[in-house]
Write a protein of this length. Structure first.
Length: 171
């Protein structure tokens, strides 16, 4: 399972940085020619993406599955999008980072006391395109499912579009 980096606010300089998952998980075998360290974990093959910063250690629970949502680890499995590598091109920060989502989101918008966020620039563009449509299909797309309906209402549509466009133009 390959992960796309997500955009986060750099804690050092406030610029747009990238958060990357430290491991890749493959259901049967790693791709041909893969030279990075790999480990068998139940039915998974785990590849270390950044072996100098992150060494694979299986979770202490017996559950061999991937999970999201944080927590204290008692639920079992490996928590994706919790710990990873943060890289900032502006200040050259590169370090281990515990993701605090959506507080770490670089593409976030506060409108009328509600918070809208996007994983990356492309996700913000997808939200903008959907907001600006007059005839909208259902929001079955994984990239739109998390967006609260409030942001798609006719009363705030123009305000949401302006906020996203302004942010896209500035960063």
């Amino acid at each position: 399972m390959r992960y796309r980096p997500i955009d986060v606010r750099c804690p050092a300089c406030g610029a747009c940085a990238r958060f990357e998952e430290p491991f890749e998980f493959f259901a049967r075998a790693a791709p041909e020619g893969e030279t990075r360290p790999r480990h068998a974990w139940g039915g998974w093959v785990v590849v270390e993406r950044f072996p100098t910063q992150f060494r694979w250690s299986p979770p202490s629970t017996s559950g061999q599955f991937l999970r999201t949502g944080g927590g204290d680890g008692r639920r079992g499995g490996y928590p994706v999008l919790e710990y990873g590598l943060l890289r900032c091109d502006r200040c050259h920060t590169q370090r281990r980072h515990r993701l605090d989502w959506p507080a770490d989101a670089y593409w976030d918008f506060e409108l009328r006391g509600e918070r809208l966020w996007a994983w990356d620039r492309e996700h913000a563009l997808a939200i903008l395109a959907y907001v600006e449509r007059t005839l909208r299909p259902s929001r079955r797309s994984p990239r739109l499912r998390h967006v609260p309906s409030f942001f798609f209402g006719a009363r705030v549509r123009d305000e949401v579009a302006r906020a996203i466009r302004r942010r896209l133009a500035g960063g």
